[in-house]
Ligand binder design. Structure first.
Ligand code: ZN
Length: 339
C-alpha cells in the first residue's frame, strides 16, 4: 500500500519538471501506458491475499484517477503558458511614435491626361478606347493613306503582318467609332501609340496621344477653332493666345497646326519655346470627305473636325521636363516630385 502511495508522489515530481507536451506524454506512458507502472500494479493482484484484494483494487483505481487528474492539470497549464507567450509576442506599444507611410503619386502623364479629359468631357465629349494591335486598313487606308502614299513615310511603323500593325496613332479608334455610330459623334480617344523611333531625349518608340473627333451636320472650321482655343485656355490659363498655321494631314482637309502661348514663360520667350513665346501643341483639321465616305457617312450631309495632341509633349511643356525618357523609366526620385 505504501509503494502505491509513493507512485503518485513520483508522478507529481516527474510532472513538475516537464515543460513540453512531448515530455508529459512520455511520463504518461511511463505510468499509465499499457506497460506503465500503475497498470502494472494490477498484475500484482495474484500475489495479494484474497481478502485484501478489493481494498488493493480500489486503491489502485484511486491512484489512477489522481494521476489522470494531475496529467490533465499539467496539460492545461502548458496550454495557458503557450497562450500567454503568444499574447506577449503580439503585444503592441500604442505609445510608440508612428512609422512614416510612403505615399505614391499619380504619374505626370496621367495627371495631364486627367486634366485634358476633364476639359473635353466638360464640353460634352465621350471617351472611347480601341486596340493597340490594329488592321492596316483602319490605321492607314481608311484614313486616306493608301499603301503607296508618301505619308506612310511620316510614320515609321511596326508591322506584325502585311495587313496588321501596331497602331501609329489613335485615329483608327475614330474610324471604328464612325463605323459603329451614327452622328452626332463627339469623342476623344486616348492611348499608347508606337513608332520605330530610336530612344533619345525627344523620341520614344512608345508615346501617348489624345485624339478627338466631332461629326455632325453643319460643323465648320469656326467650331474647330472655338473648341480648341477654349480647350487651350482651360488647360494653360485664360490669357493663352492661339495661332492656327496651315498644315498637312492626309485625313483632314484643310489641316492646321496650332501654337499656344508658352505656359512656362507666359509668352516672354524661354529655352522651352526657343525664345518664340509660342509653342506647337496640337494638329487638327476638317475631316477629309474621303474619310467620311470610307466610313459610310455622306459628306454632303455631315462634316466634322478632328485633332490630335501628344500627351508626352503637353506634359513636358507643363512641368518643364526636358527629357521624354523620364516619363518611361519609372525612376522613383523623378516620380516622387509629383506627389
Ligand atoms: Zn517659353
Amino acid at each position: 500500500m505504501e509503494s502505491i502511495e509513493k507512485i503518485i508522489e513520483e508522478v507529481l515530481s516527474d510532472l513538475k519538471d516537464a515543460s513540453t507536451n512531448e515530455k508529459v506524454s512520455e511520463i504518461r506512458v511511463k505510468y499509465l501506458g499499457k506497460k506503465g507502472l500503475i497498470s502494472g500494479l494490477m498484475k500484482n493482484m495474484k500475489d495479494i491475499p484474497q481478502e485484501e484484494r478489493p481494498v488493493f483494487g480500489s486503491k489502485v483505481n484511486e491512484i489512477r484517477a489522481k494521476a489522470e487528474a494531475a496529467f490533465q492539470e499539467k496539460t492545461n497549464k502548458l496550454k495557458e503558458a503557450a497562450l500567454e507567450l503568444k499574447l506577449r509576442s503580439e503585444k503592441i506599444d500604442v505609445t510608440l511614435p508612428a512609422k512614416e507611410v510612403q505615399t505614391g503619386a499619380i504619374h505626370p502623364l496621367n495627371q495631364t491626361y486627367y486634366e485634358v479629359r476633364k476639359i473635353f468631357v466638360g464640353m460634352g465629349f465621350e471617351v472611347v478606347d480601341g486596340p493597340e494591335i490594329e488592321y492596316d486598313k483602319y490605321n492607314f487606308e481608311m484614313l486616306n493613306i493608301p499603301k503607296d502614299h508618301p505619308a506612310r513615310d511620316m510614320q515609321d511603323t511596326f508591322y506584325i503582318e502585311d495587313d496588321i500593325v501596331v497602331r501609329t496613332h489613335t485615329s483608327p479608334v475614330q474610324i471604328r467609332t464612325m463605323l459603329k455610330h451614327e452622328p452626332p459623334i463627339r469623342v476623344i480617344c486616348p492611348g499608347r501609340v508606337y513608332r520605330t523611333d530610336d530612344v533619345d531625349a525627344t523620341h520614344s518608340p512608345v508615346f501617348n496621344q489624345v485624339e478627338g473627333l466631332y461629326i455632325d451636320k453643319n460643323v465648320t472650321f469656326s467650331d474647330l477653332k472655338g473648341v480648341l482655343a477654349e480647350f487651350l485656355r482651360r488647360l494653360y490659363g485664360k490669357s493663352t493666345v492661339t495661332k492656327f498655321r496651315p498644315g498637312f494631314f492626309p485625313f483632314t482637309e484643310p489641316s492646321a497646326e496650332v501654337d499656344a502661348t508658352c505656359a512656362l514663360c507666359g509668352g516672354k520667350g524661354c529655352p522651352a519655346c526657343k525664345g518664340a513665346g509660342m509653342i506647337e501643341v496640337l494638329g487638327c483639321g476638317m475631316v477629309n470627305p474621303r474619310v467620311l465616305e470610307n466610313c459610310g457617312l455622306d459628306p454632303e450631309v455631315y462634316s466634322g473636325f478632328a485633332f490630335g495632341l501628344g500627351l508626352d509633349r503637353l506634359t513636358n511643356i507643363k512641368y518643364g521636363i526636358t527629357d521624354i525618357r523620364h516619363l518611361y523609366e519609372n525612376d522613383v526620385r523623378f516620380l516622387k516630385q509629383f506627389r
